[in-house]
Design a protein around this ligand. Structure first.
Ligand code: PLP
Length: 458
């Protein structure tokens, strides 16, 4: 053992060898040395386990180069979304429209008038870049923006109903992806939850019966990722607004996705519009920036001016506020909505959702032909009818007809095949269903995006 260890060359000796001279020209000498130490430690471990190791200078230098390259590679990698879920939380939800991307780049690169009033030469307000646009698109009196919709709900409740009761229907105690649950968010915001009604039916009288001096707010939650069907009754927004009129109890609605435009003209079921909620008398609505809106991660709070003022004054606002990159992206996105003829084409999330079946079919056929060649008889590749999902809890239960590429490999199981597509560059993410591996083309821009450039590693 001792002699085996003594074969390991010293760091100093290796560093002056020609292979390492070359490495040190690309990375700093210090970094090469520390990486080399780590590599030698790994080799020593292998020796201890009696594994065969190669100690040639060239091989060790290769290991060091590989480790440095791995460290330098980004961990956030671009991927091809062939899952069929348009707003895929694990894949970063909405991709930004080109206009928003350009705005982000410019905001990142140069100093900017983030909180600076250029006309007066004085301190300005970061919300000023967004508030007017949000009000114009929703009919709200005032608005503000925070990190995400979870933060929007938290901040709104904390600002308007702290230490008081928040009334919420038992049919609306939503959980979104485990980390956002209405009961928990209410308690985290310093309020007390008062649940009422039943899972399937909540009437106006249920609210009326529990209204008291302790009531701080009524919270309505859009049950965005499930639907209660059958014998159901939900109390309408207008009735709730009427109930608390002149009582100084705000009605707050967490819309989740919250659309700014009617999507039914694209063949999708209508998601509630922010504007409608406000028109029906809701005092404050909150919704996400990166779901159906199609922009950056953000939480938008819109509604009554006096309430928004209290929300903006809350110390927590500072902790939850958005940065300049988000403001740049969101402002550029919202401006696209001002042009009613073109926004759907320009906002990728909406464009993907509205993509015509014929376009999907042509794309799927082209990609399937390429994949068939690629597998050269080792797999069958078919184009079949199937369905995509919107994702992120928007329009639950709604499936949109799509075209799927269905791959059945002769020797690889579907999950092995899925794993090997994930090793492509860029990784291609599909889904496994029974005996096949499926690529949904809805969010794929070009057929060639689905063809791995190199032979797949299995
Ligand atoms: C998605 C969603 C949230 C959380 O929004 P984030 O922007 O992910 O923080 C909260 N409430 C509802 C109803 C939602 O659909």
């Amino acid at each position: 053992m001792k002699t085996a260890f003594s074969q390991i060359p010293s760091v100093d000796r290796l560093l002056i060898s020609p292979h390492f001279e070359a490495l040190s020209r690309e990375s700093s000498r210090e970094r090469v040395a520390s990486t080399l130490r780590a590599v030698l430690a790994e080799l020593r471990c292998k020796l201890e386990k009696d594994e065969k190791i190669n100690l040639s200078g060239e091989h060790v230098a290769d290991l060091v180069a590989l480790k440095i390259a791995e460290e330098d590679a980004p961990s956030l990698k671009r991927v091809i979304n062939a899952t069929g879920t348009v707003i895929h939380t694990n894949l970063g939800r909405s991709v930004l429209p080109e206009e928003a991307v350009e705005a982000v780049v410019a905001a990142a690169r140069y100093p900017l008038s983030l909180e600076y009033d250029l006309a007066k030469g004085k301190r300005g307000d970061r919300d000023s870049h967004l508030e007017g646009l949000i009000c114009r698109l929703t009919g709200a009196e005032a608005a503000t923006v925070v990190n995400n919709n979870a933060a929007a709900v938290l901040l709104t409740l904390n600002s308007l109903a702290r230490r008081k009761e928040v009334l919420v229907s038992r049919g609306e105690l939503v959980e979104i992806g485990g980390s956002f649950r209405i009961p928990e968010i209410i308690s985290a915001s310093g309020c007390k939850m008062h649940e009422l009604g039943t899972t399937n039916r909540t009437r106006i009288d249920d609210y009326k019966d529990v209204l008291s001096a302790k009531t701080g707010a009524i919270l309505k939650v859009h049950t965005s990722n499930y639907r209660v069907v059958g014998f159901t009754e939900e109390t309408g927004l207008a009735a709730l607004a009427k109930l608390v009129k002149d009582k100084n109890i705000p009605v707050i609605e967490d819309l989740g996705s919250g659309a700014l435009a009617d999507l039914s003209s694209f063949g999708l079921t209508r998601e509630p519009l922010v504007e409608e909620s406000l028109r029906k008398g809701v005092d404050i609505v909150t919704f996400s920036g990166d779901k159906l809106l199609g922009g950056p991660q953000a939480g938008i709070i819109a509604g009554r001016k006096d309430l928004i003022k209290r929300i903006k004054k809350n110390q927590l606002k500072r902790a939850l506020r958005v940065d300049k990159l988000t403001i740049a992206a969101l402002a550029a996105l919202l401006k696209l909505y001002l042009n009613r003829d073109t926004f759907c084409e320009k906002i990728p999330t909406l464009r993907f959702l509205a993509r015509p079946l014929v376009e999907l079919e042509a794309l799927a056929k082209l990609a399937a032909e390429g994949l068939e060649d690629y597998f050269g008889g080792d797999a069958t590749v078919d184009v079949e009818a199937g369905s995509s999902q919107i994702g992120s809890g928007a329009l639950p239960g709604e499936e949109i007809p799509s075209k799927l590429i269905v791959i059945r490999h002769k020797s690889l199981t579907p999950s092995r095949l899925a794993a090997s597509f994930r090793k492509a560059s860029p990784p291609i993410i599909g889904r496994v269903k029974e005996n096949s591996f499926i690529l949904d083309v809805r969010c794929v821009e070009r057929a060639k995006d689905l063809l791995p450039r190199k032979k797949l590693k299995t």
